[in-house]
Design a protein around this ligand. Structure first.
Ligand code: 2AM
Length: 559
C-alpha cells in the first residue's frame, strides 16, 4: 500500500506544535460526496486521537489562510478531462496563481480520488500535491491515488496521515477519547459497503410505442432499512453484468465457469465473480498493463507505453475485446479476477421526495444500448434493471447524499429547473417536496426529449402541477418533432427576458443530465442571457454566473 512514512524536516513547526494539541485542517473538493465522506472520517478519527481537526469544503475556505496552517489534509476528486469539482475550482485556480502564498512550515498530505479508465486519472489531486510542494510545504505522507473502489486505500491513507501528524507533533497528542464507531442515532446500518436489498415495487416503461428510447420509472422499497434521503440526493445500486458476456469471456479463455475463485475473503465461482463482483465492460490502464506483462506481446506493450494511444484504444471496448485482440494461454481464473477491478456501484439521481413517498425511492433509468467496434454493447446497471430483473428481485442500494444539489432553504425563492431526458428525475423530487412543504416560491421546468408523443417523461404529473399552480412555467423542447433541432438551450434563449427577471428575483438555477454536450451548451445559453439582458460583456456575464454558483444559486448534477 502507498502509505508512506512521515517525512523528515519541518522541525520548527513540529516543536511549535508540540506545546499544544496539533491542529489539522481537512480541505476537501467533492462533487458527489465521496471525498467529503473520507474528509469527515479523517476529522472524526483525528478528534478521537486528540488532534484538533476542522473539516472544510474548499468552496468555503479562504485560501490566504493556508500559510498559517500547520497540518493540512487535501482530499480531491477529478472529473472529465482532469478537472476539479465545481466547488473546488476557485481554490484550485487561486493556489496555482501567482497570488498563492509561500507554504514553508506547512505539513500536508493529499488523497486523490479518480477513475483509472480515464486518461487524466486523479489529475486534481496530483495538481494539489505538486503545487503544495512547489510552494514550500512539506509532504507528510506520500499521495495516494484511488480508483473507484477507494475505501481501503483511503482508510490506509487516513491512518498514515494521523500517525505522521502524531509523530511530527511529538508527545502533545493525548490518548484517544475512546470514541467508538456506530454512527449517530437513527442512522441506517446500510451504506455503500453494506447495501440494503431493496424489493422492486414498480418497473414501468415511460416512453410510448415507437420511441427510440427505453426510459423506466422504477420504485424500490426502503421499508425497515432506516435509509433516508433528501431531494437532490442519489441512490447507489450494485448491478449485475450480463451473463452472456460473462459466458463469452470464460469460453474464450477456456476456463471452467464453476471453478472456485477467491475474492479477498469471499470464495465464489468464476461465473458469479464475473457477474456480481468484477468489472468486465470497462477497460482500465492498470488492467492493460497487467495484460501486456502477462501476454508478453510487444505490440501491446508499446501501446500501453503511449498514454493517449492506450486511452483511445480502451474507449468503447471491453474485456472480451482485449482477450480477442491479444489472446493469452493458460491464464488461471484467480489471476484473471485478480487483474480486474471491483464492479463499481452506479448512481442515479433520485426522482422522489420522502415527504411524498415515505419509505420508497424512485428512479428514472434510461436503458443504455449502443454499437461500438462492430458489436452491440450495453450499460450494465440500466440493462440489468430493464432486462434482467426477475420477479420479486431485490436491488442492493445505498444513499449517496449530494449537498451540492439542494432546494433553496427559503421556500419563497423561485426555482428554475433544466432537465432534459433522465435529467428530469431530481426535479420530480423537487416538485413533490415543494408541494408537500407548501412552498410558495415559483417553479419553472425546462424539459427536452426527442418526441412529444412518446418521450414526455412524467407528462401527466407536470401538467397536473401546472394546473394546480405549483409549476408556473413548463417549457419543453422536443428535438425531433420538426425539421430543425430544438434543445432546452434554444428555449432558454427564447425566454431570456423572463429568465433574467426571475434571476433578479433571486431565482436558483438547477441543471441535471448529460455532462458532455447539454450542460456546457446550457451554460453558454445562460451566459448569453445574462450578457444580453444584463448589458454585460461575455467576461462579466461568465463571472456573474460563477458568482451565482458560489452563492449556490447555480447548481449542477451532471453525468
Ligand atoms: P436529440 O436526441 O434529438 O439530439 C434528451 O436526450 C434530449 O436532449 C433529446 O431531445 C436530445 O436531442 C437532446 N439533446 C441532444 N444533445 C443536446 C445538447 N447538446 N443540448 C441539449 N439537449 C440535447
Amino acid at each position: 500500500a502507498q502509505t508512506g512514512q512521515p517525512s523528515a524536516g519541518g522541525a520548527a513547526a513540529a516543536a511549535a506544535a508540540s506545546a499544544e494539541a496539533p491542529s489539522l485542517t481537512v480541505l476537501y473538493g467533492s462533487q458527489t460526496g465521496n471525498a467529503e465522506g473520507v474528509a469527515e472520517m479523517l476529522g472524526e478519527q483525528a478528534s478521537a486521537r486528540g488532534i484538533k481537526a476542522t473539516v472544510v469544503d474548499m468552496a468555503d475556505y479562504k485560501p490566504r489562510q493556508l500559510k498559517s496552517e500547520s497540518f493540512v489534509a487535501v482530499l480531491a476528486s477529478t472529473h472529465g478531462e482532469g478537472d476539479p469539482p465545481d466547488g473546488a475550482l476557485d481554490f484550485h485556480e487561486f493556489i496555482h496563481s501567482r497570488k498563492a502564498p509561500g507554504l514553508k512550515g506547512v505539513h500536508y498530505g493529499v488523497l486523490a480520488l479518480g477513475d483509472t479508465s480515464y486518461e487524466h486519472f486523479c489529475q486534481t489531486g496530483k495538481d494539489f500535491d505538486a503545487r503544495f510542494a512547489e510552494l514550500g510545504a512539506s509532504q507528510l505522507v506520500e499521495r495516494v491515488d484511488c480508483d473507484v473502489d477507494y475505501d481501503d486505500p483511503a482508510e490506509a491513507w487516513v491512518t498514515a496521515m494521523l500517525d505522521a501528524i502524531e509523530a511530527k507533533a511529538g508527545a502533545a497528542v493525548s490518548a484517544g477519547s475512546g470514541q467508538t464507531a456506530g454512527g449517530a442515532p437513527g442512522k441506517s446500518q446500510y451504506d455503500r459497503k453494506n447495501p440494503f436489498p431493496a424489493p422492486v415495487l414498480e418497473n414501468l416503461v415511460l416512453n410510448g410505442r415507437g420511441s427510440n428510447k427505453e426510459t423506466r420509472h422504477i420504485e424500490l422499497s426502503l421499508e425497515d432499512s432506516g435509509l433516508t434521503y433528501r431531494p437532490g440526493d442519489a441512490v447507489g445500486i450494485y448491478p449485475q453484468n450480463n451473463p452472456s458476456l460473462v459466458a463469452a469471456i470464460i469460453e474464450k479463455l477456456a476456463l471452467d465457469p464453476e471453478e472456485t475463485v477467491s475474492l479477498g475473503e469471499t470464495q465464489t465461482t468464476l461465473s458469479k465473480a464475473l457477474t456480481h463482483y468484477r468489472e468486465i465492460t470497462v477497460l482500465t490502464k492498470p488492467l492493460m498493463e497487467q495484460w501486456a506483462a502477462y501476454s508478453g506481446d510487444a505490440e501491446l506493450q508499446k501501446l500501453v507505453g503511449d498514454q493517449a494511444g492506450v486511452t483511445d484504444w480502451m474507449r468503447g471496448r471491453d474485456l472480451l475485446d482485449l482477450i480477442e485482440t491479444w489472446p493469452v494461454e493458460g491464464l488461471g481464473a484467480d489471476t484473471l479476477t485478480g487483474m480486474l477491478r471491483k464492479l463499481p456501484p452506479r448512481l442515479y439521481s433520485i426522482a422522489s421526495s420522502q415527504a411524498a413517498v415515505d419509505e420508497e425511492v424512485h428512479m428514472t433509468v434510461a436503458a443504455v444500448r449502443y454499437e461500438s467496434h462492430n458489436r452491440e454493447r450495453e450499460g450494465v446497471a440500466s440493462t440489468w434493471l430493464s432486462d434482467r430483473l426477475e420477479d420479486d428481485a431485490t436491488v442492493p442500494v445505498y444513499i449517496d447524499p449530494n449537498k451540492n444539489f439542494k432546494l433553496p432553504e427559503d421556500d419563497d425563492a423561485p426555482v428554475i429547473m433544466i432537465g432534459p431526458g433522465t435529467g428530469v428525475a431530481p426535479f420530480r423530487a423537487f416538485m413533490q417536496e415543494r408541494e408537500e412543504r407548501g412552498a410558495r416560491g415559483r417553479n419553472w421546468l425546462f424539459f427536452g426529449e426527442q418526441h412529444f408523443h412518446m418521450d414526455f417523461l412524467y407528462q401527466s404529473e407536470w401538467l397536473a402541477w401546472r394546473r394546480q399552480g405549483l409549476l408556473d412555467h413548463l417549457t419543453v423542447a422536443f428535438s425531433r418533432d420538426q425539421e430543425e433541432k430544438v434543445y432546452v438551450q434554444n428555449r432558454i434563449r427564447d425566454y431570456a427576458t423572463e429568465l433574467w427577471s426571475w434571476l433578479q428575483d433571486g431565482a436558483y438555477i438547477y441543471v441535471c443530465g448529460d455532462a458532455d454536450a447539454m450542460a456546457p451548451d446550457v451554460n453558454e445559453a445562460l451566459i448569453d442571457v445574462i450578457a444580453h439582458e444584463g448589458n454585460k460583456s461575455r467576461d462579466e456575464a461568465t463571472e456573474y454566473l460563477r458568482d451565482l454558483a458560489r452563492e449556490k444559486r447555480y447548481q449542477r448534477d451532471v453525468y
